[in-house]
Write a protein that binds this ligand. Structure first.
Ligand code: ADP
Ligand code: MG
Length: 453
């Protein structure tokens, strides 16, 4: 662009000068006043430098300030363009050695010739509206070409320097960015192979550190999830295996002792029947849990009275409690209408009261207290049973967790009740916790919002 600009400026000045000179020469050329022409051309030449040649209307040189080509035909393109094509001026930069013209639009990319450059500027000499001849102005263009070459070199140098800096900077930058990414990629690959123990070191930019931390907490969660899933599967298989093993032994005895005592036979069959009940209880609890895990459980909410659900539960469990000489005492202050799932909420209350009845020995007292705290229903199921040891307390809501394995089996528990209860309470947006003192009894405290969503 700068090269073009340099040339354009020169072209513009030379053209105007030559144009003015051609106008002044025109009358003298028409009148063939060679002396006047000669004087004017020499004066102009002294002022402008370079060389002036004047041709007649056929392109034949009439006057050359250097006196070399007088009388010769000026057979160059810039002259014919005026005489034949009718232009009034023309311009070119050419190599004096071989006459090659310079393509002005491609200055920067031209090949460098060692030759000398000159500019050729032509103008029509017009008098009485007819072309009398052509005025040619030749001047050296080496200086301008040299500055174009220099400029070209400098620009190339600057470009090379910038390119080098860009390459270096982008390399460093990409290392900084990609190295932590490579660590992350390795971590993800480990994970996709099922190894959730992969952790990555948080380093690099702030965003990378955040990403690494997010990845680590995700893999930690997945690891615990994976472990608890394995635990769950092994617990479940174990729970299912025990009744099956018992049943197998009893059935084998029945097969190999065909003449068994009738009463013993009935007892065995009753035991088998009980084991089958246990198995179906476990399976149906498992199904409930799996359903809740896969999130396709939907609450069927309706307006209900939670106090009424408490009374219903008491009514259902009363016969069992009475058999054990226990009392269920209700102290219900209706917290008002509640928007909840009737059967699921019943399951919560039933499970808790059933546990209390089940784990409290003969003659115990179970208190069910209900009232309203803020916008929540506050339900407490308290017993004066054996309580739960401190070290077991954090686990009682875990799947299959039972404090006293042997006794609990004998009472027919699956260890899934409380974990189902907690899930159901959480589905209702509520919380559940247990307070217990060994030897004194336990309290299960449930808080559920009256209206939600
Ligand atoms: N009211 C209670 N008093 C003492 N222990 C309890 C009480 N409720 C639950 N537990 C303990 O918590 C364990 C888990 O309860 P749960 O999940 O309902 O399983 P289970 O099928 O054994 O009843 C029980 O096995 C029992 O050891
Ligand atoms: Mg239970």
């Amino acid at each position: 662009m700068v090269g073009d600009y340099l040339f354009e400026e020169r072209i513009a000045t030379e053209r105007t000068r030559l144009g003015t000179l051609a106008e002044r020469l025109a009358p003298s050329l028409r009148d063939r006043d060679s002396e006047a022409l000669d004087a004017m051309m020499r004066a102009a030449c002294a002022e402008m430098g370079g060389r002036l040649i004047l041709t007649d209307g056929y392109g034949k040189a009439q006057l050359d300030t250097e006196g070399e080509v007088n009388g010769r035909m000026m057979d160059i393109r810039q002259v014919t363009s005026i005489l034949v094509e009718g232009l009034d001026r023309d311009y070119a930069v050419r190599d004096t050695e071989n006459g090659n013209e310079l393509d002005l639009s491609g200055v920067l990319f031209m090949s460098r010739s060692a030759g000398n450059w000159e500019s050729v500027c032509t103008a029509a000499v017009i008098a009485d509206s007819s072309v009398q001849g052509v005025l040619i102005y030749l001047s050296p263009a080496d200086a301008i070409m040299r500055s174009v070459y220099q400029l070209q070199d400098r620009i190339l140098l600057v470009f090379a320097a910038i390119a080098a800096v860009v390459v270096v900077v982008s390399y460093i930058f990409s290392r900084v960015v990609t190295r932590p990414l490579a660590g992350l990629t390795r971590g993800i690959q480990h994970m996709s192979k099922g190894d959730f123990s992969a952790r990555i070191q948080p380093k690099g930019s702030r965003e990378m550190v955040q990403l690494a931390n997010a990845f680590n907490s995700m893999s930690e969660k997945l690891e615990t999830l994976d472990q608890s899933r394995n635990q769950f599967v092994s617990n479940a298989s174990h729970e299912l295996k025990t009744p099956l093993a018992t049943m197998k032994i009893m059935i084998e005895s029945l097969i190999y002792q065909p003449d068994m005592d009738k009463d013993l036979r009935t007892e065995f069959l009753t035991d088998i029947d009980n084991e089958i009940d246990r198995l179906s209880a476990i399976v149906s609890d498992l199904l409930t849990l799996v359903k809740m895990d896969s999130k396709d459980i939907k609450l069927q909410r309706e307006n209900l009275s939670i106090a009424e659900l408490c009374r219903e539960t008491e009514h259902r469990l009363k016969p069992i409690a009475e058999k054990k000489g226990q009392k269920i005492l209700l102290s219900l202050t209706d917290p008002g209408e509640m928007y909840a799932d009737r059967s699921k909420l019943t399951q919560v209350i039933y499970n808790l009261v059933e546990n209390a009845v089940k784990y409290t020995p003969q003659g115990g007292v179970i208190r069910v207290t209900l009232n309203r705290v803020g916008h929540e229903a506050h339900l407490v199921i308290q017993d004066n049973g054996p309580g739960i040891p401190k070290e077991n307390l954090p686990h009682i809501f875990d799947r299959f967790y039972r404090v006293d394995k042997a006794r609990s089996r004998e009472t027919g528990g699956t260890g899934l009740g409380l974990s189902i209860v907690r899930q159901l309470v959480m589905l209702h947006g509520g919380t559940i916790r247990c307070e217990s003192e060994e030897g004194k009894g336990s309290s299960f405290i449930v808080d559920i919002p009256l209206h939600q969503g």
